[in-house]
Write a protein that binds this ligand. Sequence first.
Ligand SMILES: *[C@@H]1O[C@H](CO)[C@@H](O)[C@H](O)[C@H]1NC(C)=O
Ligand SMILES: *[C@@H]1O[C@H](CO)[C@@H](O)[C@H](O)[C@H]1NC(C)=O
Ligand SMILES: *[C@@H]1O[C@H](CO)[C@@H](O)[C@H](O)[C@H]1NC(C)=O
Length: 524
Amino acid sequence: MEMKNKNINGHFKVLKLPRFLLHYSLFLLCFTIFVPSQAFDYADALSKSLLYFEAQRSGRLPYNQRVTWRHHSGLTDGLEQGVDLVGGYYDAGDHVKFGLPMAFTITMLSWGVIEYGKQIEAAGEMEHALEAIKWGTDYFIKAHTNPNVLWAEVGDGDTDHYCWQRPEDMTTSRRAYKIDQKNPGSDLAGETAAAMAAASIVFRKSNSHYSHLLLQHAQELFEFGDKYRGKYDSSVGVVKSYYASVSGFMDELLWAALWLYKATDNADYFKYVINKGHCFGGIGWAISEFSWDVKYAGIQIIASKLLHEEKHSQQTHILEQYKSKAEYYICSCLNKNNGSNNNVDRTPAGLLYVRRWNNMQYVSSAAYLLTVYSDFLQNSQKKIKCHEGLVGHEELLIFAKSQVDYILGSNPQNMSYLVGFGPKYPIRVHHRGASIVPYRENKGFIGCTQGYDNWYSNPKPNPNVLIGALVGGPDCQDNFSDERGNYMQTEACTYNTAPLVGVFARLNELDSTPLRASYQRNTY
Ligand SMILES: *[C@@H]1O[C@H](CO)[C@@H](O)[C@H](O)[C@H]1NC(C)=O
Ligand SMILES: *[C@@H]1O[C@H](CO)[C@@H](O)[C@H](O)[C@H]1NC(C)=O
Ligand SMILES: *[C@@H]1O[C@H](CO)[C@@H](O)[C@H](O)[C@H]1NC(C)=O
């Protein structure tokens, strides 16, 4: 990520639960909306979204690398510190390998495959999805060199941003930074544990040895993070201006425990989620944002799904509280909580709008959570109660689809914010590699400031299309300026695209079955 202080303080909305009137008479006004048959090729969007992860690869690229404007890079990562940290993903338009957002990216890709594996398989993209996950988890295995040591970052934002170079030419510092017992980082350890636990579920059938290995790392990392508590940005100072953990580590510890519970079925992890639900904010925070930093809504949604399993009948009291917060999140996206402070803003054309910098990350994560919750409501034959009334599963999916369709081109700019999709998309993406002549065409070294002079400042389109990248997106008025220097809008990040993989697969499945929505209005 290019900018500093990506988190703006005060992004928590501490809010009370919407209260419902207990006695009311309910009149249902049902009508049906037929959404016009699919305007977008979601299968194409799915394929492209997975290509993006190949463009972000660091390390030695394999023979079947499809994004051919990229080449090997970062081959000495970790060398200075005597550890092999070759591999993993560049985070965004720069070349730092940031552990926390990388782990969140892998958790979301894995969750997408867990929920929508059937649909991804049907679209013929399972192999690519597994490769995208494994490129991350292979790196986490390397980075977790000891039960209580995890390498947190390679390179640093300040020196990296001093240069505009292809990754293949990189001359900036590749110093690696770690967390350990004396320098803890429960948020980073927790998110990496969550990613590896979720990925262990993904690989259970196809590669059981690998799945076991991931699970073992996940368990150790969780234990490390839980035993030695602390925020990783206090231990790894260089990350502070880029990916400071504003929400702290309690959300990541709950998140990790929940994913470990899903991966192992071990009741100890479940007890952790139940017993710490209150102290760690899981049942206390009602939040309208789900991101690489703030995991509460994801925790609450997964916990809600446990409510309906027989074996959890002793803990329904706590699970119900998780669920009410999950539904707060959903209702806030749907604009159906009580009052504008409790709802997510929208642009005039209807895009969820959380903040100026890289707003699309919140849109894609919301589209994912809404899609998952919609399927959950449908399967459990339930509706949710928002302040504005009862909401059925169709409405959640229709709204998620509207956000995805906005991303793909249904917007005032007629612009697909998913690069390389459709006839019009950003052509000056803020991305070092994409904006410079490909290494395979021109192997001549391009220096630090030479890159700024000859390529960054060049008004022409990028020579390489960063296919499948979801850029930061438009401003609060649906305006978008396709300038390389406009990093708030034209930079993409791995965690922007990751949640969309599952959503594209789910929407692709809808292809032949039009959505029917029964809206219900309560009259008190
Ligand atoms: C909705 O919010 C208003 C303003 O804060 C408040 O007066 C009202 O009691 C709330 N209604 C419910 C049902 O919570
Ligand atoms: C987008 O497309 C619509 C319909 O074709 C057209 O009326 C509008 O002018 C276009 N807007 C832009 C910014 O190109
Ligand atoms: C957004 O675009 C509209 C229409 O082109 C223009 O009127 C408005 O001033 C722009 N807003 C901003 C904040 O740039």
